[in-house]
Design a protein around this ligand. Structure first.
Ligand code: ATP
Length: 361
């Protein structure tokens, strides 16, 4: 039993600075309802704006705050106009994945009743699946290691290891089991390209071995091209899917597009000791300062953080606060009257946050 959790807060760049306070205000209100547990926040400055100002994107003082935290909450990082000398973007959020071995990128995709979805089919209202993206290797293993020879040939190399694959598959099977206890289908789909690449055939072999350890879960496979089609043609049939880093990067944005866009896409990057929770969107410099940023992705990411903290520490009150947030978001949009700016409505950061808070209280 504890009375508090320490959260390293990294608002970061652009709209990260706007949606982070909204999400944490909602988390505080939900925890106040379930009683007794407080979030002690410590701000850990990082990002492109800080790099521009100080020459450092992720200072040691911020790393130490993250090291000691029970969970890390991140707004958004990176600005297209600020780059390292080699032209790559400033992305401390990627550094965190490698620093803390955050191998499981969790991207829930759920149609919120009352929010306009991309597909006209009425079954689109039932979209509710989770994409688990391996986040430390795959093609991203090559980050910073790519080569260009004689201005003629560029190479990047993918890495798939047994150890990391087993960990992420175990994570995905357990997440599927947990959903099954909540009345969901209990099916895990591996997305790969095992018909063409040796690395993916190996990935599939490890997945099939793992499937043997989870006999209650229906396990199947899709090639990534077919998965892209299924995600658009019948996404309501997906339950949990697990995939390689680069495929997950692409498919998770496609998934977000199904249910309202990046403003509705929460995410978590989870390892054995640490976890980072952040909206899946970037810093959106085009709307910064306008008050139009949709805070739902950030708010739902805070709910995921409470769910994870609650499960990890056996604190049902914290997990319950996470569920209250999901319910309050649904209630805020249920009658279709709250329409966010990027979907053609008037509701910006303040209006959406107030509506969610009103339903929590
Ligand atoms: P990154 O390159 O890190 O993905 P980005 O900001 O360029 O960052 P996205 O996050 O994919 O890219 O956002 C693309 C566009 O979608 C933004 O420029 C913005 O117009 C819109 N957008 C993203 N997040 C939100 C949000 N929370 N609310 C409203 N619009 C958003």
């Amino acid at each position: 039993m504890t009375n508090e959790f320490r959260i390293a807060v990294m608002p970061g760049d652009g709209i990260g600075q706007e949606v982070t306070p909204a999400a944490l205000a909602v988390a505080d209100a939900a925890l106040a309802k379930t009683g007794g547990i407080r979030l002690i926040r410590e701000e850990a400055p990082a990002g492109a704006a800080l790099y521009k100002e100080t020459g450092e994107a992720f200072p040691q003082t911020s790393r130490s705050i993250c090291d000691k935290a029970d969970a890390i909450y991140l707004g958004a990082m990176g600005l297209p106009s600020v780059r390292y000398a080699d032209g790559t973007e400033i992305a401390p959020q990627l550094d965190l994945r490698f620093m803390y071995n955050l191998y499981a990128g969790v991207r829930p995709t759920r149609a919120i009743p009352g929010v306009k979805v991309a597909l006209a089919d009425p079954r689109a209202a039932d979209i509710d699946f989770v994409l688990v993206r391996e986040s430390t290797e795959g093609l991203f293993y090559s980050r910073g290691k790519g080569t260009v020879e004689d201005d003629a040939t560029a190479r990047e190399t993918m890495q798939i290891t047994r150890a990391v694959s087993e960990r992420v598959f175990d994570f995905a099977f357990k997440a599927t089991e947990r959903r099954r206890t909540q009345g969901k289908a209990g099916r895990l789909t591996l997305i790969d390209k095992a018909n063409v690449f040796t690395a993916f055939a190996f990935f599939r072999k490890i997945f099939d071995e793992a499937a043997g350890r989870y006999p209650t879960i229906a396990a199947d496979h899709l090639y990534v091209d077919a998965a892209a089609l299924v995600m658009v043609a019948q996404p309501w049939n997906l339950d949990v899917a697990v995939t390689e880093n680069m495929f997950g990067d692409i498919l998770s944005d496609l998934a977000a597009g199904l249910v309202g866009g990046m403003g509705y896409a929460p995410s978590a990057d989870i390892g054995d000791e640490h976890a980072v929770f952040q909206p899946a969107h970037g810093s959106a410099p085009d709307i910064v300062g306008t008050g139009k940023a949709n805070p739902v992705a950030a708010i739902l990411s805070a709910a995921m953080m409470l769910d994870w903290l609650g499960a990890r520490h056996g604190e049902e009150r914290v997990a319950e606060a996470g569920r209250l947030i999901d319910a309050a978001v649904d209630a805020a949009f249920a009658d279709g009257g709250l329409v966010t700016c990027e979907l053609g409505g008037e509701a910006g950061t303040r209006a959406v946050t107030d509506a969610v808070l009103a339903h929590l209280n």
